[in-house]
Design a binder for this molecule. Structure first.
Ligand code: SAH
Length: 283
C-alpha cells in the first residue's frame, strides 16, 4: 500500500531531517487526526507510536519505519527515559522523526517530558496537538464536556500517578467540590477508591457517571451508571481500559445526544433529560 493522503492546498511545514515532531493521533478514529498530523505522516522516516494509536493511522505512513513504544498502565518511568533518548538518537542520525501519541501529546501523555528531553539535547521540535480522549471520546458517546445548564468548569484528572497508585497528591475533596464535571483518565484500576473519595467529599450516590471504553473506535462501549453503583456495574459489564470516566450531570445529555445510537436507528431516549422543559434559547 503506497497511497498518500491528499491534503488541501496550504503552506504545510516540512519535516526536516534531525527534527522530531510530537504529534497527537486523537482518541482512535483516524478521521480525528489533524491535517498537521496527516502532513507529518506523509513525510516521516520513522514513526514512534504508542499503544493507543490505531493501525490504520500507521498505514498512512507506508514509507516510514514504524517503531512501537507502547507502555500501558503505570509501568516504571525508566522506560519513558529510554523512549525520549531513542528519539534523540534517531534525530541525531538525521531521521525525520514523528513521535505519535494517543489523544493530545500534552494531556496525560508525557509529551512534555519527551519534548523537554529533546530540547535539552538540542533537538528541534514541533508540537502537533490532538483531540484528547476526555473531550473527543465523550463527544462520541454523546456527552458534551461542558453544557451551559450543567457546568461552568470541568476538571481533567488522572486516576494514577507515576507509581501507579491513586494520586495521593490530589486533593479529591477540593476537586469534588470545585468542579461540577470530572473527566477521569486512567481511572479504571482505582475506581473503587476514587468513587469512595468523591462520595466522602459530598458527591451524591446517584450522581450520573459514564464509562467510555475504546472511545471513537469500532469497539467503543459506553456504560451509564452512578457513583454508588459504578464498581459493581463495571465488574458486571466486563469493560476494560482504556476508559474515560465522566462524573456529572452532563452524562444525562447522552439520553438525547447519543448520535451513534441514532445513526444505528434508535430513537433518542429523552428529549429533555435535564428537565428544562425546552431548550435554552438565549444566546
Ligand atoms: N494523551 C491522551 C491520554 C493518554 S493517558 C489523550 O489526550 O487522550 C491514557 C488514558 O487516556 C487511558 O488510560 C484512558 O483513560 C484515556 N484514553 C485514551 N484513548 C482512549 C480511548 N480511545 N477511549 C477511552 N479512553 C481513552
Amino acid at each position: 500500500m503506497t497511497e498518500t493522503i491528499p491534503l488541501p492546498a496550504h503552506q504545510w511545514p516540512q519535516l526536516e531531517p534531525g527534527w522530531v515532531w510530537l504529534c497527537g493521533a486523537g482518541p482512535g478514529d483516524p478521521g480525528l487526526l489533524t491535517l498537521h498530523a496527516a502532513n507529518a505522516l506523509r513525510q516521516a522516516d520513522v514513526v514512534i507510536y504508542d499503544a493507543l494509536v490505531q493501525e490504520q493511522i500507521l498505514s498512512w505512513a507506508p514509507q516510514a519505519e514504524h517503531i512501537y513504544a507502547g507502555k500501558r498502565g503505570g509501568k516504571p518511568s525508566a522506560k519513558q527515559r529510554d523512549i525520549s533518548l531513542h528519539l534523540v538518537e534517531l534525530a541525531r542520525a538525521g531521521k525525520k522523526v514523528l513521535r505519535l501519541k494517543g489523544g493530545d501529546p500534552f494531556v496525560f501523555g508525557r509529551g512534555g517530558e519527551e519534548a523537554q528531553t529533546l530540547v535539552q539535547h538540542g533537538v528541534p521540535i514541533r508540537i502537533i496537538p490532538g483531540i484528547s480522549a476526555g473531550i473527543g471520546g465523550l463527544a462520541y458517546a454523546g456527552i458534551p464536556v461542558t453544557h451551559r445548564d450543567v457546568n461552568q468548569s470541568v476538571t481533567f484528572v488522572t486516576g494514577h500517578d507515576q507509581s501507579g497508585n491513586t494520586p495521593g497528591s490530589l486533593d479529591w475533596d477540593s476537586i469534588s467540590k470545585g468542579s461540577q464535571v470530572l473527566v477521569i483518565y486512567m481511572g479504571m484500576k482505582h475506581i473503587a477508591q476514587i468513587a469512595a473519595k468523591l462520595i466522602a467529599a459530598g458527591r451524591s450516590l446517584s450522581e450520573p457517571v459514564a464509562v467510555v471504553t475504546t472511545a471513537t473506535t469500532d469497539a467503543q462501549r459506553v456504560l451509564e451508571t452512578t457513583l454508588g453503583t459504578i464498581v459493581d456495574d463495571i465488574a458486571q459489564s466486563g469493560l476494560e481500559p482504556p476508559a474515560i470516566i465522566c462524573v456529572g450531570q452532563s452524562v444525562l445529555m447522552r439520553q438525547v445526544l447519543d448520535w451513534q445510537g441514532m445513526i444505528a436507528g434508535h430513537a433518542p431516549r429523552n428529549l429533555d433529560p435535564l428537565g428544562r422543559g425546552r431548550p435554552a434559547e438565549s444566546a
